[in-house]
Design a protein around this ligand. Structure first.
Ligand SMILES: Nc1ncnc2c1ncn2[C@@H]1O[C@H](COP(=O)(O)OP(=O)(O)O)[C@@H](O)[C@H]1O
Ligand SMILES: [Mg+2]
Length: 258
């Protein structure tokens, strides 16, 4: 079933927040979803209430896979406080970049690990670090779609263009199955002319790829993370919950039509 990478090389775009709450919204609708934290900063893992360094984390399994041990990914799936299923990251993942440099087929390690799980889940979301190095490449190799959250505050055209350019070789050579699902604007405020301008510019340049649903700025989204919960478990009646529910509906439509 579809695997979706939340990726863009800029931090603070709403990747982690969107991974958690889009997955949670789909789970509310009875979908079986899995979250994967591919970022050494472990924001996703921590925002779901896992505060101790998990062992094993995805780091250990990438290593075992690199050593040809054929590890079982199921072994590290955790159930978080709010019931979401998670493959956690740990800070050691930051070393993977250097440690895997001489490993043959290092771009495919995660894809091989994930394959046996693909039938179990309706959607798998991978939260990527804000860079395009070996971990993001591993995520993209295992994915069917890329979803790019962008903060409305900055004019992100250049960033999106350079990101698309950087991943072009992956889409052309390594994973021809990888599609751009679209761009989601986060931290959006209708009252700000700047935000409306950002939206219009993106719509002009990436025709049809900008989601109609925006995620408004909503402090409850940040508070939910401080409490280790998704927005639906933390505050069901909030703009954040409403927006992510709408996003989930549009997301499923777009996945079905692509
Ligand atoms: N719609 C929103 N409203 C308010 N705060 C948000 C919203 N989306 C994200 N945030 C906060 O902004 C920060 C960056 O978001 P995050 O999802 O971690 O971005 P990224 O993963 O791209 O670095 C986090 O502290 C998060 O809680
Ligand atoms: Mg993040």
């Amino acid at each position: 079933m579809p695997t979706i990478s939340l990726a863009i090389q800029k931090g603070g775009s709403g990747k982690t927040t969107t991974a958690i709450n889009l997955a949670a919204a789909l789970r509310q609708q009875g979908k079986r979803v899995l979250l994967v934290d591919m970022d050494p900063q472990s924001n996703l893992t921590q925002a779901l209430g896992v505060l101790e360094e998990p062992e094993p984390s995805i780091y250990h399994l990438l290593h075992e896979e690199a050593e040809g041990k054929d590890p079982d990914l199921k072994r590290i799936i955790m159930e978080t406080k709010s019931g979401l299923e998670l493959i956690p990251a740990s800070l050691e993942l930051a070393n993977a970049e250097v440690e895997l440099v001489n490993v043959y087929g290092r771009e495919q390690l995660f894809q091989e690990l994930l394959n046996p799980l693909k039938q179990t889940y309706e959607y798998i979301f991978i939260d990527c670090p804000p860079s395009i190095a070996v971990l993001t490449v591993n995520a993209l190799m295992a994915s069917d779609f890329i979803l790019m959250p962008l903060q409305a505050e900055f004019l992100p055209l250049k960033g999106v263009r350079s990101f698309l350019r950087a991943i072009d070789p992956i889409r052309k050579k390594l994973n021809k199955n990888l599609k751009i699902l679209g761009i989601v604007l986060t931290k959006y405020d209708y009252r700000k002319i700047m935000h409306r301008n950002v939206l219009e510019t993106l719509q002009q340049e990436f025709d049809g790829k900008v989601f109609d649903t925006f995620i408004r700025t909503n402090i409850a989204l940040a508070q939910a993370q401080e409490n280790g919960l998704d927005i639906f478990s933390y505050r069901k009646r909030s703009n954040g919950a409403e927006d992510y529910q709408a996003l989930a509906a549009e997301f499923e439509r777009r996945v079905a039509n692509s």
